[in-house]
Design a protein around this ligand. Structure first.
Ligand SMILES: [Fe+2]
Length: 381
């Protein structure tokens, strides 16, 4: 039997009002907190920030609110946030928002452990990803997700934008959040587009980790729980008729899929989605999930993928693929040419670690075919 590990660190506190209900936990971590978040769109209330402020006020914990988190946070912006947190004397962090806020807080916490060290050295200096089991930052991070998709609240990863290489890359040391507060109120008011893209990202995490050659019984079992939750809300998600329980189940599914994929990582669709995000600015969840249906359809041995589509509540792979296409038809705006697909296929075929992660071998023609069939509605001359 091959060796494998399963590692998790983050407590999960769930339900409407969970921040106040479990707010005394903050008292164990100090009297000064830095809240990291981003500016919400005009007309959108940051309900989570209101609840966190109230919980800290009630307990006499001082805090600063830094609302300058940038999407796909650059190393330089994280370093700037870190200086402000040091000046304030933060003892712990509360990250409110999507993956960018949570990843920024993880990165700031890591920088504060290594004062005087150049940020790129702190994030990437070891030259290889860490295989540590424990969080590698000192100051605790609490996550309050306002999207349900990335799983950043439970994984040890923090994806940053490197200006030196013009790429996005997870920092090598792992930083796990102390706890995540999952309150359905924080996603209930989200536009359908955000709910769809989050759910698609979480689904892709589950599907990909389930199929990954490095997966194990624990990953796959967790992903199966996430698939069953997805089966419960998928129709309401498509029809935009989500109910109270659905919102919490979406948050729990994102958390569970995060637990599932953080060991064996993602595989083909996430790799194929990179150029859509990078060159076409397509939202991450849609950019990856648009390939899910055709990726599963490409399997010669359908017994590998049937447990997934069945657990997700579909009768067969074709129904699963049609559902993905229907979500994309609502949300994905894109134009691509065949020449771009040729280039992206060529680039993808250089990613040996991606190709090795798929249980069936994939040729350049296979990858090009998945690109072509998935993006057929978006092709232009
Ligand atoms: Fe993802």
């Amino acid at each position: 039997m091959n060796v494998f590990k399963y590692n998790t660190q983050t407590s999960c506190l769930c339900g409407r009002g969970c921040i106040e209900a479990y707010g005394d936990i903050f008292l164990k971590y100090g009297k000064r907190a830095a809240i990291l978040t981003s500016k919400f769109a005009e007309g959108c209330r940051n309900y989570a920030l209101e609840d966190v402020r109230a919980a800290l006020d009630r307990r006499g914990i001082e805090y600063i609110v830094i609302n300058r988190v940038i999407e796909n946070p650059p190393v330089e912006s994280v370093a700037e946030l870190s200086r402000e947190c040091v000046e304030f004397g933060a003892q712990f962090f509360v990250a409110i928002g999507g993956g960018s806020s949570i990843d920024s807080a993880k990165a700031v916490s890591l920088l504060m452990k290594h004062p005087g060290v150049e940020p790129y050295e702190t994030f990437y200096g070891l030259g290889h990803p860490s295989d540590s089991l424990k969080t590698e930052a000192d100051l605790p991070v609490f996550a309050v997700p306002t999207t349900a998709g990335t799983g950043a609240e439970v994984t040890g990863f923090a994806c940053l934008t490197r200006s030196d290489t013009d790429t996005k890359l997870s920092m090598y040391p792992l930083v796990f959040c102390e706890a995540a507060f999952l309150d359905p109120e924080y996603i209930r008011h989200s536009p359908a587009f955000l709910l769809h893209s989050g759910a698609m990202d979480a689904l892709a995490h589950g599907v990909e980790t389930y199929l990954h050659t490095g997966s194990n019984i624990i990953n796959r079992s967790l992903a199966e729980v996430g698939f069953k939750l997805f089966a419960g809300y998928k129709d309401a998600l498509l029809e935009n008729t989500l109910k109270d329980d659905d919102f919490l189940n979406m948050q729990i599914a994102a958390f569970i899929m995060g637990m599932a994929f953080m060991q064996s990582s993602t595989t083909i669709p996430h790799g194929m989605g990179y150029p859509l995000s990078h060159y076409k600015r397509v939202n991450h969840g849609l950019a990856c999930a648009v390939f899910l249906g055709e990726y599963l359809r490409s399997f010669k041995d359908r017994t590998l993928v049937e447990p997934i589509v069945s657990a997700c509540g579909f009768s067969d792979v074709d129904s699963f693929a049609q559902y993905i296409a229907a979500i994309m038809a609502q949300d994905l705006r894109l134009q691509v040419t065949e020449a771009e697909l040729d280039k992206w296929t060529e680039d993808f075929m250089k990613l040996d670690f991606r190709l090795a992660s798929s249980p069936e071998p994939l040729s350049a023609a296979d990858i090009k075919g998945i690109y072509l069939r998935s993006l057929a509605p978006y092709m232009v001359k």
